[in-house]
Design a protein around this ligand. Sequence first.
Ligand SMILES: Cc1ncc(COP(=O)(O)O)c(C=O)c1O
Length: 443
Amino acid sequence: MSALFQRNLQSSLPNVVKGEGNYLIDETGKKYLDACGGAAVSCLGHDCAPVIAAIKEQVDKLCFAHTGFFSNEPSEKLASWLVDHAPRGTGAGRVMFLGSGSEAMEAALKLVRQYHLENGEPERCKVIARKPSYHGNTLGALATGYHETRRAPYDPLLRETHYIEVPYRYRMMREGETEAEFSDRLAKQLEHKIEELGAKNVMAFVLEPVVGATLGCVTSPKAYFKTIRKICDKHGVLMVADEVMCGMGRTGTTYALEQEGIAADITTLAKGLGAGYQPIAAVVATQKIMSVISQGSGKLWNGHTYMSHAVVAAAALAVQEYIKSESLPDNIRVRGQQIEECLHSAFSEHPHVGDIRGRGLFWSIELVEDKASKKPYAATQEIAMRIGAAALEIGMMCYPTQGCADGIDGDHVLLAPSYTSTEDEITTIVAVLERAVSAVLGD
Ligand SMILES: Cc1ncc(COP(=O)(O)O)c(C=O)c1O
């Protein structure tokens, strides 16, 4: 009998005892190829020696010193690194470190509120986000995102958020519509929503640059984010990019929005930042935010006990240095192309794979009952979950989710392999996924 409050009390999980490269090994000796980094976290595999050494070294020097009294070197260096690598437009920004993506989203929302109060616009308190999206599981973050099943039990506790749709090409682009028209139609939803709510009441627009868990690696049409940036600027609405999942190299660049040619006002980062070696998240605020606060109260109003923990920051700094010293962005590019090609050759003709989408080392396949009409499977069939279970049985972890078609139905399986993946590992990942799909849906 386990005393651990695990996610599922009706089944028992294998005990993992060791990490070896991009594999995890359980107590029976079974090896699992980690094709999803857990949830897009473990981007350097499970035994990266320089990161582990940096953690040990920092533990020997200093673990915790409260940020009310002290700063520390690893956090200072990591903050500078993140500002130096931020998209143009960030300027002399600043960074705060927290423990999880949800905590970072809460802190980002509170920072937005602080900015508007210090900027003399106290009436700005409404948040617009996109539906579907996932921004975390604490009450504020859960209220901001729209993941139907994760929200449902807590709905009465959640503050009101306003939504526009995600430009989800596969299901939302109209027959005969060009990419530019599609982009414009969806971006304009933001303008209309701001006008409906009254621009002076809106504090932020929150978005995932590449939608992760809820839709499965959905990128936006080319001009979309530039239009969104202009609309936010025109109405004094802050743009908050949730890069918890898609940032830190996952989609090919340190910041996902870099590829869209814009910078958000506030960016949250997490999973790939510490690569799972330590739990860390960050909120990056641009110079625009910082100058209002420095000329105002000069204080960060939102504090947490474990902010800027020295060991955690040392680990994340070592992760980023390793990514750079090993030229892993090049590997992400090459392996990203490989996985795209392999997925297309394995699944393009498959009668139940409706869409293959993604960027960098962040890819999903969407499964449909009928390819011509894009009819999803009923959620009760649990197609994605069964594919995930079949892959695990073979010895590979992938990330299955439901709800992409309408919040309840719609199955997709997400892959987020390590940045250190080899050619053979990528080939194996797609081959195992093919076997798992066949095991559930036939050849
Ligand atoms: C885009 C996004 N934002 C926020 C979160 C919340 O992060 P955490 O689970 O670390 O609280 C997640 C987690 O999956 C996420 O994918």
